[in-house]
Structures are given as C-alpha cells and as structure tokens.
Design a protein around this ligand. Structure first.
Ligand code: ADE
Length: 224
C-alpha cells in the first residue's frame, strides 16, 4: 500500500512513522508513506498556500491552485483509489472504515488547515472526507496520523501476532475484554481464576462474556 500525505507541516508527521508498528510495517515494505510539502506546489514567491475568504470573514482558506498542482502531479504517476480530506465535517472514522481503507493500493490524504479548503477542491478532487471525532484540531495532520495508524496496523503482517489485530476492540462491534499479566496476585488483587486454568474453550467463553458486558455498560450503541 502507498499513502501520500499532502501537508503544510511535513515535520509534524515524521515521528509517528518512525516508531513501533508503523515503522516496522514500512521497513517490511508492507506500506510506503510519503510526506509531501504542499508549499512545494505553490507558485507564489513566499510559497503561500492560503488566502482571504471571498465574501469576508475571519480566517484564511487553503487555495485550489497548489492543491490541484500537487494532486494532478501525483495522479500523473499512478492511479489512486481514494483522495481523502481530513476535516471535522467528514464522515466519522470507524474500525469498519479503517478495515476498508487497509485493502486499498494507493491513497492520498490531504491535511486540512486554517478555516478550511476552497470548496472546489472538495467537489473536484476529494473522494472521501474523514473526521476523527466531534472536536476541532488545529490542523488535519494529527487526524491523518490517527487514520494511518489504524489502517497500517491491520495490514496483514504489520503485527507479529496475526490474530491480535482481529481481537481488537470494535473488530466485531464489541469492546476488547480485560487482560492481565504476571504476577497472578498483587497486593491481594487476584487475576480471575479462569485465566490461569489453561482451559482454552472456557477462557474464550469468559472473554466473550466480558466483552459483551463491557460493551453493554460502556458503549450500548455498538450493540444496536
Ligand atoms: N481537522 C480539524 N479537526 C479535525 C477532526 N476532528 N477530524 C479530522 N480532521 C480535522
């Protein structure tokens, strides 16, 4: 999979891909992530990519020209399955959406900024708009990092224990069950006996019951 991220702050996005699972997935060649500086596609002397909003009002708007130059240049090299725009008014990111994106070959993620982007970009270039939650971030970079993390970790081979991504919370619309490790008793607080029993079928049943209980209590909306 290839992910091209268009941003005005490429440095902000370097670190998430230099550690842990995402780094390993890149090193293994499962995914290629390119950080593209939108300013490189500006034709202005000062490399600006924003301008005042027509009709007035506070805040700057990202202009269509550098974005169009950048996306057209990428598209001249290869086909893209999706051109994603990160924005608080996009569709809410879900595990289902991340699963679907993880099956794609080439995607572009355009990080929003300022007061937004010229609407013509959304109409003519963007194929999918994603929000990571009902709150406003200062820019789309952290949202892009969240999307990439949730997508890359489920690419087969990204996590050493193949089954582990499938038992994540949300994979079957259930929250994950509680987990424990050694010591079996700390400060008088004991690990549930069943987990020490070695009886796999009973442990699986217990975990499923715990998942269901936890989901009912914390996220009943997932069970509807
Ligand atoms: N940009 C600003 N806020 C955002 C959000 N909640 N999700 C995605 N992109 C954003």
């Amino acid at each position: 999979m290839r992910i091209d991220i268009i941003t005005v702050l490429p440095q902000l996005l370097e670190s998430p891909f230099q550690h842990s699972i995402l780094k390993r997935a890149i090193d293994k060649g499962l995914v290629e992530v390119n950080l593209i500086n939108l300013r490189d596609y500006s034709t202005h002397k000062q490399k600006s990519v924003d301008d005042y909003a027509f009709g007035g009002g506070a805040g700057m708007v990202m202009g269509i020209e550098p974005i169009a130059n950048c996306i057209n240049s990428l598209k001249s090299e290869r086909n893209y399955d999706e051109v994603i725009y990160t924005s608080p008014d996009g569709e809410l990111l879900s595990q289902k959406m991340s699963n679907q994106i993880s099956t794609l070959n080439n995607i572009i993620i355009l990080c929003g900024h300022y007061k937004g982007i010229d609407e013509r970009v959304r109409e003519h270039f963007i194929t999918k708009e994603i929000s990571i939650g009902d709150y406003v971030l200062s820019g789309g970079e952290l949202a892009a990092a969240v999307i990439c993390d949730s997508v890359i970790r489920i690419i087969p081979g990204a996590i050493s224990d193949e089954t582990s991504a499938l038992t994540d919370s949300f994979q079957d619309n259930l929250l994950a069950p509680p987990v424990y490790t050694r010591p079996a008793e700390y400060n008088g607080w004991k690990v549930p006996e069943i987990l020490l029993s070695g009886h796999t079928a009973n442990i699986d049943n217990w975990r499923h019951d715990q998942s269901l209980e936890r989901t009912k209590k914390r996220r009943p909306d997932l069970l509807k």
